[in-house]
Design a protein around this ligand. Structure first.
Ligand SMILES: Nc1nc2c(ncn2[C@@H]2O[C@H](COP(=O)(O)OP(=O)(O)OP(=O)(O)O)[C@@H](O)[C@H]2O)c(=O)[nH]1
Ligand SMILES: [Mg+2]
Length: 196
């Protein structure tokens, strides 16, 4: 393996849980984590940052309701977005989240990329397609990050990855926030994006 990217992380600071666009930060580049509720966004962010309780991890889906800005090395933000697609929340909350996400994609000029997280067992659902359309509409680049790969055997993983490749998705990172798999690769990707 090449460089140890995790060692490049010197400071991590939880800045804000934003519930409206006036609370967004846009002073520095940012990398956002999006995906269905329960797909493992907060867990993966915690694994990346090596701090256990920085991004709140759901005991039940639908926990992250705000857009959470985490400042790293005083030079960029990791942004934890609220999960979408959880059926058991009210229409009112759902439309508030959609508005919040729309505002975020619309106003964040320093958003470099959205890491689109998906549970490796589920892949692309209807809700994921909506996110993809949303990102395309706002012209925001994204890559697929598969989560919870510890739940599948090597063969099963390969099967899921080849399904995605057949659909034209070639840039895929495999991770497990719980087993800390793919963390270095993900950092490499993030630093590469930040440098360009
Ligand atoms: N086995 C396994 N479980 C995981 C992994 N990542 C997350 N989980 C579990 O999945 C559940 C949801 O994880 P979160 O990280 O809270 O998911 P989230 O995407 O932030 O959820 P929302 O905030 O509701 O959008 C928790 O019970 C985690 O422990 C993983 O890599 N492997
Ligand atoms: Mg979360």
């Amino acid at each position: 393996m090449g460089e140890n990217y995790t060692r490049l992380i010197k400071t991590v600071e939880f800045k804000k849980a934003a519930y409206k666009k006036e609370d967004f930060f846009d002073d520095l580049p940012q990398i956002a984590f999006a995906g269905r509720s329960n797909c493992g966004k907060s867990t993966l962010i915690n694994a990346l940052l090596g701090r256990k309780k920085l991004a709140k991890v759901s005991s039940k889906p639908g926990y992250t309701r705000s857009i959470n800005f985490i400042l790293v090395n005083k030079s960029f933000y990791i942004v934890d977005l609220p999960g979408f697609g959880y059926a058991k929340i009210s229409k009112k909350i759902k439309s508030l989240w959609e508005k919040l996400l729309g505002d975020y994609f619309n106003y964040s000029k320093n958003l470099k990329i959205v890491l689109h997280l998906m549970d490796i067992r589920r892949l692309i659902t209807e809700k994921d397609k909506e996110l993809m359309d949303f990102l395309q509409y706002y012209n925001i680049p994204s890559i697929i990050v598969l989560t919870k790969i510890d739940k599948l055997s090597k063969n099963q993983r390969n099967n899921q990855v080849s399904k995605l490749k057949k659909q034209g998705f070639n840039d895929i990172i495999l991770t497990s926030g719980i087993k800390k798999i793919g963390i270095e690769e993900l950092w490499e990707k993030i630093f590469h994006i930040l440098e360009n």
